[in-house]
Write a protein that binds this ligand. Structure first.
Ligand SMILES: Nc1nc2c(ncn2[C@@H]2O[C@H](COP(=O)(O)OP(=O)(O)OP(=O)(O)O)[C@@H](O)[C@H]2O)c(=O)[nH]1
Ligand SMILES: [Mg+2]
Length: 458
């Protein structure tokens, strides 16, 4: 057995069902870790290596204490004085008999005896009671660096009480809610790791720096992904050659259907890729039904989204210039506003692509005879706004959650209009121009640069 852990390693221990696995999932950004309201979910100690660039640390998820009082009695029988306590614990984890009668205690103490520091987790919404003292006492006997985390599972009701009790056993006590996406809090926890285990300070500080870099990288990758998605969807077309014009006409519903399905699949794949950028591999997302469904061109409804006339007029001018072909300013405005809703078209994947409104179906005669039926590319100037809005909705949801949350992500509409408003005027105009006519975009790098502020601004 490897008796020494050289990389920073922390064993997350505590009572069953207090959020140990949730804390590991949130810190490790791993949505595969088993979390459930059933007590005793984690059966064995699970080691997770968290690697960021060239630095990293290990978290060990463990089963909860099941028989701490009996285990402590065993230990007390095997140590007469304080100097014998560590060997008593060692004997405990090595004893076959203990492995049988205290499987959970042995499993959770083993990594600590191999050198992992201790993260003791309690629930700040439940009252303190002395039953926990046997657990804390056992942990103290290991003599390993330790800190306590209070997880406010349902409320903060007993945090003060816990702080007092934990302060007797642990030098460092922090409150940490694994369900809240809070980068500052996460960083504070890592900082505390370095305080309790100074031998790992340099490595932990590296990890902290790399967590911030990771965030920038995720933003860059998301921006690039959005640029590619917009270009791909906006230019997408399908065609098929036929002998007669009638055959070509008959293809219209077939091509439209395929077109819709393929466009939706492309978007879906990009959304899946976006989840992967943020290390979500098991996350379902759901797009809310919005009241706009079926009334996408009903300007009355825009008020719901807080879009005022002034902005409407402003963007109308811009979009009119960009799109050229639009009939009049008010229509241009409405057309843009529809896009500005972005998520206004969040309703089901089928609904946002009503092919008639969005793409061209054309039949052309071929020079050497025969005909070609063609569906696409997109002609609707809202289209890119809609796609961007949907993408940003998912991005917001991903940034607002942690890997400890297991429920389906419910996407809310993005206020694309105010995100655009927040940009400086030149950036905004350039971006609106590109989004209005994605087919004219010639440089993906340039396009990604224009999109970047939408993604970096929170
Ligand atoms: N609302 C809320 N629920 C939480 C929080 N932390 C954990 N939970 C829930 O509490 C339950 C137990 O969480 P786990 O992370 O599985 O707890 P555990 O300590 O690993 O449990 P065992 O493996 O059974 O010992 C799950 O249903 C979690 O979703 C929290 O901060 N807020
Ligand atoms: Mg668990």
């Amino acid at each position: 057995m490897n008796m020494n852990i050289e990389k920073p390693a922390f064993a997350v221990v505590g009572h069953p069902n207090k959020g140990k696995s949730s804390i590991v999932a949130a810190l490790a950004q791993n949505d595969a870790i088993e979390i459930s309201s059933r007590s005793g979910t984690t059966k064995n100690a699970e080691s997770l290596d968290i690697t960021l660039g060239d630095a990293g640390y290990t978290l060990i998820d463990t089963p909860g204490f099941q028989r701490p009082t009996a285990a402590l009695s065993w230990l007390q029988e095997h140590a007469e004085s304080a100097d014998q306590r560590l060997s008593a614990v060692r004997e405990f984890v090595q004893s076959e008999a203990c492995r049988k009668s205290f499987p959970d205690e042995v499993a959770l103490l083993e990594p600590i005896m191999r050198g992992a520091a201790i993260l003791y987790v309690v629930d700040g919404s439940r009252p303190y009671n002395p039953d926990y003292e046997a657990e804390m006492e056992i942990l103290r006997w290991t003599g390993k660096p330790s800190m306590a985390l209070i997880n406010p599972i349902e409320s903060h009701a007993y945090i003060d009480v816990w702080q007092q009790a934990l302060g007797q056993y642990f030098k460092v006590v922090r409150v940490f809610n694994p369900m809240l996406a809070d980068r500052l809090r996460r960083d504070e926890i890592l900082e505390a790791f370095a305080v309790i285990a100074p031998q790992w300070r340099a490595e932990i500080n590296r990890v902290r720096a790399l967590y911030s870099e990771q965030e920038l990288e995720q933003q860059q990758q998301s921006t690039q992904l959005l640029a590619e998605l917009l270009l791909q969807l906006s230019n997408y077309q399908l065609s098929q050659q036929t002998l007669s014009k009638m055959q070509a006409e008959a293809l219209k519903p077939v091509l439209e259907k395929r077109y819709r399905a393929e466009m939706a699949a492309i978007e879906n794949a990009a959304h899946r890729r976006l989840k992967e950028i943020y290390a979500y591999y098991h996350l379902d997302s759901e797009i809310d039904e919005l009241p706009l469904e079926g009334e996408l061109f009903d300007t009355e409804k825009w008020v719901i989204w807080g879009l005022d006339r002034k902005r409407l007029a402003l963007t109308a001018g811009l979009t009119g210039a960009g799109a050229g072909a639009l009939v009049d300013a008010s229509l241009a405005g409405s057309s843009f506003m529809l896009g500005a809703l972005g998520a206004g078209i969040l309703a089901g994947a089928g609904a946002w692509l009503s092919a008639d409104q969005i793409a061209n179906f054309r039949i052309s005669g071929l020079p050497l005879g025969g005909y070609e039926a063609r569906q696409g590319p997109i002609k609707n100037t809202n289209f890119a706004f809609v796609v961007a809005g949907r993408f940003l909705s998912l991005l917001d949801a991903l940034r607002d959650r942690t890997h400890a949350q297991r429920e389906t992500a419910q996407l809310r509409p993005t206020d694309l209009a105010s995100r655009l408003d927040a940009l400086d005027e030149r950036d905004r105009n350039a971006l609106i121009k590109s989004l209005t006519r994605v087919s004219r975009v010639t440089s993906i790098e340039q396009f990604a640069r224009e999109l970047a502020p939408l993604i970096t601004s929170d």
